[in-house]
Design a protein around this ligand. Structure first.
Ligand code: SAH
Length: 357
């Protein structure tokens, strides 16, 4: 088995080169070509000795997610459908000007959390993404948008639950942070979680700490368990407790995401309860009026209901914003990422299978 260079951090790359008879000091150059410049063709890695470039392909593979579809929204949002080495597909989204450039990337193929309003949740978990596949999405998005040399933000808000794929997700953040790579500051990364308490506690001890966003979505356990099933294991009090203990950087706050579902969690009582729950936590609230999809049994509240909810929180001195939904025309908005089928087989192959061919 040839190791995949895209999966290796700098230390692992040094060891892997040495183990296969290459000079260890070439690791930095190689890492730079792959992780900073997005180059995957060994022949283009011109500062490596020719003999090394020739021998690399027999010692290693270098996997990069392949763009199989590129949808552009009228608002500038782009949704890339990416195919992984095993043929599984994921989606990664580019959101311009919010206020800066943002990449929304996936951490799993599908998701095991099964939130009632989220399309990805309908897929179930197909598999975790590897660190190389998580980083690969950033490399591909940065190359596709011409941002390899410019700053951008990363939100782990695509498909999947990052704390359910803890090791690979954190390794990906370390690889992105490496100075020979894209040198992404953890301040530019936001990890969004449904609230897996042991994961939150582990995250609190990480040296490289991303910003934290917690998907709350309800103000009582009864309500929350009905829409966010993991709440049965990690109820509101336990999540908010972990948030209270979470070590925040100066001037930084935890974002609480709250999907507004008409008649379910968008009443004035909900808003008042939410304000109470968050008291004493350095927080900001990100309200997301539901992005509806066929098969999702909830409705998006009217602007009046949203405004009323905002007003109640603002009156209680909470920082609140309503997330503008981007890319809804190309189904790239929150909770609209889903890959049907999700295997490498082409339509023709699938047809052949169906027909018994
Ligand atoms: N698993 C992570 C990332 C999920 S996606 C988490 O739970 O936080 C990022 C956000 O989009 C989450 O807050 C999620 O609840 C929200 N979301 C999912 N489906 C949505 C929908 N249909 N409309 C609006 N927001 C949605």
């Amino acid at each position: 088995m040839r190791p995949d260079l895209a999966e290796l951090d700098l230390g692992e790359l040094e060891a892997a080169l040495e183990a296969r008879g290459f000079e260890r000091f070439h690791a930095r150059q190689l890492y730079r070509w792959i992780q900073k410049r997005g180059v995957t063709d060994f022949e283009r890695m011109t500062d490596l000795p020719r003999s090394m470039r020739e021998r690399l392909p027999s010692a290693f593979v270098l996997n990069t997610p392949q763009v199989v579809a590129d949808h552009r929204s009228l608002d500038g949002t782009r949704k890339l459908m990416l195919e992984l080495a095993d043929g599984r597909r994921i989606e990664a989204v580019f959101i311009p000007d919010t206020p800066s450039m943002t990449f929304c990337i996936s951490t799993q193929v599908g998701c095991a959390m099964a939130c009632g309003f989220c399309l990805t949740g309908k897929m179930g978990l197909v598999r975790h993404l590897t660190a190389g596949e998580i980083v690969g999405q950033v490399r591909v998005l940065a190359a596709a948008t011409g941002l390899l040399e410019s700053p951008f933000n990363i939100v782990l808000m695509g498909m999947g639950e990052p704390l359910h794929n803890y090791e690979h997700t954190m390794k990906a953040l370390r690889m992105l942070h490496a100075e020979q790579g894209l040198a992404v500051s953890p301040r530019r990364v936001t990890l969004s979680t449904v609230g897996i308490v042991p994961g939150l506690e582990r995250l609190a001890r990480e040296p490289l700490m991303p910003n934290l966003a917690v998907s709350l979505h309800a103000t009582t356990d009864e309500q929350r368990s009905a829409v966010v099933p993991p709440n049965r294991k990690y109820p509101l009090a336990a999540i908010l407790d972990a948030c209270r203990r979470f070590p925040l950087r100066k001037r930084s706050r935890i974002t609480f995401e709250y999907v507004l579902l008409e008649g379910v969690n968008d009443t004035p009582e909900d808003a008042r309860r939410l304000a109470k729950l968050l008291s004493g936590i350095k927080s900001k609230v990100n309200l997301i009026p539901l992005n509806p999809s066929p098969g999702i049994p909830y409705r998006r509240p009217s602007d009046e209901r949203v405004d009323r909810f905002v007003q109640i929180l603002a009156d209680r001195h909470l920082t609140v914003m309503v997330r503008k939904s981007r890319g809804r025309d190309i189904r790239a908005a929150c909770g609209q990422l889903i890959v049907e089928g999700g295997t490498k087989k082409s339509a023709a192959q699938q047809m052949a299978l169906l027909m018994g061919g």
